[in-house]
Design a protein around this ligand. Structure first.
Ligand code: GUN
Ligand code: FE
Length: 443
């Protein structure tokens, strides 16, 4: 049991889907690789060797696992908070594709991506699954910025090769080039990763089925298998996107993605609002996870993901901001929206008990479950040892200063303080952020 430093304080971490462990005044022993080698209770403090430095959190500060954002469109950060007046198809063509096309300029990309990575870290987000743009160089720049700033980044060069469905000003020049650029990107990021403590990962990224030819989807499935990479895409997001795939293949997104070899243990599909039970079974069998994006869903899906129902079906689910379909870079905001939206499914009449239709009394989720989505659920979705403050996990954590939150009673239960943290934390309360044992953000 080798470790080099110890952080002592009170922590909250998911024990299970519904249960949060309160680890009062525990000692987190961190090794040279930034892993949690040991978690000691206060009465075991004497077990720490005298020469190991111990940092003790001041009163009113608490430790949470770093958040894991399973869905961010990095170039869209430049339009966050705007352009939310159109439905998905029009939004893509009017605002988003013209913006993403600008990322052929690597200097512009560097400016936007640096600001985004720093903002996400300041919001307590330590691991991010990113869509970049179709440009290989700018996508690689994003991986480099994550590496440099200390964030664990999983980055995809976006593939959009279908000449009919994508505008001429923003698409891959050909299917062959899309696949070749993806392969070169994978190789380059894997090389970069060799010198990055917290890890950076290449991700196979067909934007969504409507933007890709069959040949590209097939080729991407093969690349994911050849290099054993993560895969990300959008799945059954809105009525339009879901219907488009049904018209093209006479089947749902999930089956079509599966046919192309794109549902794997390390696959994460954004939204997935309109999964039918057979689709959910396919996800569960293949280990494919859902990136739940509750703020974005209010704008583009006009729908609510039936989280409780999908958890009953043993689905892996994490949380995503979907910047900029979701206006906020904060997973705190998305935790809140996940809870609020789930309650809206409850009332009403639904004789068929269809999962994403109102009228299922068992739909609401608690803040504990939403916290699970932002932490342990994200880690499981990515098949990485992250999202929990437990032995064998990476030390990815955020220190929350509650001294300016409305806490007036010294005997207030820690469970209530935890809820106040989830509902009321803003970046100004996030004192420090650690990734793989290293401090990467300090207020
Ligand atoms: N479907 C295809 N592309 C996108 C995108 O950029 N954002 C969202 N929300 N859905 C998409
Ligand atoms: Fe998205």
């Amino acid at each position: 049991m080798e470790y080099t430093h110890v952080l002592r304080g009170t922590a909250f971490t998911s024990r299970s889907l519904k249960e949060v462990a309160v680890l009062k005044d525990h000692l987190f022993c961190i090794d040279e690789q930034g892993m949690i080698a040991k978690v000691l209770r206060p009465e075991e403090a004497h077990l720490v060797d005298a020469d190991i430095p111990i940092t003790t959190l001041p009163e009113g500060q608490f430790l949470l696992p770093g958040f894991i954002d399973l869905h961010v469109h990095a170039p869209q950060w430049a339009q966050s908070g705007t352009a939310l007046d159109l439905p998905l198809y029009d939004w893509l063509n009017t605002y988003t594709f013209p913006l993403e096309a600008k990322f052929s300029d690597v200097d512009f990309a560097e400016k936007v991506y640096t600001h985004l990575v720093d903002t996400l870290l300041a919001n307590g987000t330590t691991t991010v699954l990113y869509f970049a743009s179709i440009h290989k160089e700018a996508s690689y720049k994003l991986a480099e910025i994550c590496a440099k700033r200390g964030q664990r980044g999983l980055v995809g060069k976006v593939v959009m090769d279908d000449a009919q469905e994508n505008p001429d000003f923003y698409r891959d020049a050909s299917t062959a080039e899309a696949l070749q650029d993806t392969e070169e990107f994978i190789v380059a990021v894997k090389e970069l990763a060799k010198s990055v403590k917290q890890g950076v990962y290449p991700v196979v990224t067909p934007r969504f089925i409507p933007s890709c030819t069959d040949e590209a989807l097939q080729g991407l499935g093969e690349l994911a298998k050849k290099y054993d990479t993560h895969v990300q895409s959008h799945c059954s997001e809105s009525d339009w996107a879901h219907g488009f795939v049904k018209d093209r293949f006479q089947k749902n997104d999930a089956s079509a993605l599966h046919d192309f070899g794109l549902l794997r243990d390390k696959s994460v599909m954004a939204h997935s609002n309109f999964l039918e039970d057979a689709d959910a079974d396919l996800f569960a069998e293949t280990g494919t996870a859902i990136a739940h994006c509750p703020i974005s869903n209010a704008y583009f899906a006009n729908s609510v993901l039936p989280v409780a129902h999908l958890h009953e079906k043993n689905m892996e689910i994490g949380l995503g901001t979907d910047v900029s379909g979701g206006f906020s870079p904060s997973l705190y905001d998305n935790i809140r929206q996940a809870v609020m939206a789930s309650r809206m499914l409850e009332d009403g009449v639904n004789p068929d008990l269809a999962p994403h239709v109102r009228g299922r009394q068992d739909s609401r989720i608690t803040v504990n479950e939403a916290f699970y989505l932002a932490t342990a659920g994200g880690g499981e979705s990515l098949s990485l040892p992250i999202g929990r403050l437990e032995e064998g996990y990476c030390f990815d954590a955020q220190v929350i200063d509650t001294t300016s939150l409305p806490i007036f009673d010294a005997t207030e239960p820690l469970e209530d303080i935890f809820q106040k943290i989830l509902y009321l934390t803003r970046p100004e309360h996030i004192q420090q952020v650690f990734v793989q044992g290293e401090c990467v953000h300090k207020k």
